[in-house]
Ligand binder design. Structure first.
Ligand code: PBG
Length: 341
């Protein structure tokens, strides 16, 4: 054990010479010494697209968020670009679901049509697509389900082939970045070689590298109509109790060719964000401020129990402070307005 004096000696001055409050006495001074900045450039806005026209269906558990038909999504993308937000990430609610989620890799699928429309109308906005199957399969799991593993479970390697078809189809439609979120082993290697083989070696992969089996996705599953019909996702998403394991996931994805990494959810996993950034400071890191994190703040703010704006800015700043370079958040448009004002 170090003694107290040695500690004081190491850190230099102490009270009464050291007075931490001196630098807190003036807002300009606080601004000058502030370590973490949250900017519009740090934000990605998630959007849910659905079939139809002129549709804006409110998502009950996510006040202020909607399932949008493609024309409405395009309108919203114009606003998003106008606010200076660099990117959207798209999730699709398909016309029809089947066991293999075939609309996910159909060039006429909902996501592909939305990407084409957005890139045609709002070409300056970066379009990221979520590459997964849970919204497209009738069983709600993130891939092909069979009993190869001795129980009904997602077949890893069969799913990889479909993920490649899905990613290539998204990019053919004009996606700028693909973000595989299915937590299949080898998904980054498969996507990289699949994209390269299709002539898309210039398209970056944002890997949902450390994605936990989290109850904070509850409202998203309402929004995307993607709750599993049986079981849960614990055989492919990570155990919330594990922190070091995230480094194995992340290292594998980096070695397989991930251009950017993601930790998801964000707020209950800031230790993971910090560990990943510390271990791989050179790789851009995103954190996903997920639907449940959004819903909790919205609910408490609606009760008048917390101040929404201050709590949102504090939460997102803490995600950056932990080590995220950018944040996927349903608050992106609000934050852009607040920061711009
Ligand atoms: C999977 C996917 C999910 C989310 C993003 N991509 C849901 C899941 O894994 O069940 C959750 C996002 C959120 O909760 O906001 N396609």
């Amino acid at each position: 054990m170090r003694d107290g004096n040695a500690e004081l000696g190491r850190s230099g001055a102490h009270y009464p010479v050291l007075r931490m409050r001196r630098l807190r006495g003036h807002e300009r001074l606080r601004a000058l010494v502030r370590e973490t900045q949250l900017g519009v450039d740090d934000l990605v806005m998630p959007l849910f697209v659905r079939p139809g026209e002129g549709e804006r269906r409110p998502i009950g558990s996510m006040p202020g968020q909607y399932q949008l038909s493609i024309d409405e999504a395009v309108r919203q993308c114009r606003q998003i670009e106008g606010l200076g937000i660099p990117a959207v990430i798209l999730f699709g609610i398909p016309q029809s679901k089947d066991p293999r989620g075939s609309e996910a890799y159909d060039d006429q699928g909902i996501v592909q049509r939305a990407v084409r429309a957005i890139k045609a109308e709002v070409p300056g906005l970066l379009v990221i697509t979520d590459v997964c199957f849970c919204e497209f399969t009738d069983h709600g799991h993130c891939g092909v389900v069979n009993s190869r593993y001795g129980r009904d479970d997602v077949d890893n390697d069969a799913t990889l082939k479909l993920l490649v078809a899905e990613a290539v189809s998204h990019v053919r439609a004009g996606a700028d970045v693909v973000a595989p979120s299915g937590m299949m082993d080898g998904m980054i290697a498969a996507l990289r070689s699949g994209l390269d083989g299709a002539g898309f070696e210039h398209i970056p992969i944002l890997s949902y590298a450390a994605k936990y089996a989290s109850a904070f996705y509850g409202p998203f599953r309402d929004a995307a109509e993607s709750a599993p019909r049986f079981g849960d996702r614990r055989t492919y998403q990570m155990d919330p109790a594990n922190g070091w394991e995230a480094l194995r996931e992340v290292r594998a994805d980096v070695l397989e060719g991930a251009d950017m990494l993601m930790v998801k959810p964000a707020l209950a996993y800031l230790d993971v964000v910090h560990r990943v950034k510390s271990a791989f400071p050179e790789v851009p890191l995103a954190a996903y401020n997920v639907s449940g994190e959004y819903a909790m703040i919205k609910a408490a703010a609606r009760q008048g129990w917390i101040d929404e704006r201050t709590v949102v800015l504090e939460s997102l700043t803490s995600i950056k402070r932990a080590g995220a370079d950018f944040i996927l958040t349903y608050f992106a448009m609000d934050v852009a307005r607040w920061l711009g004002a």
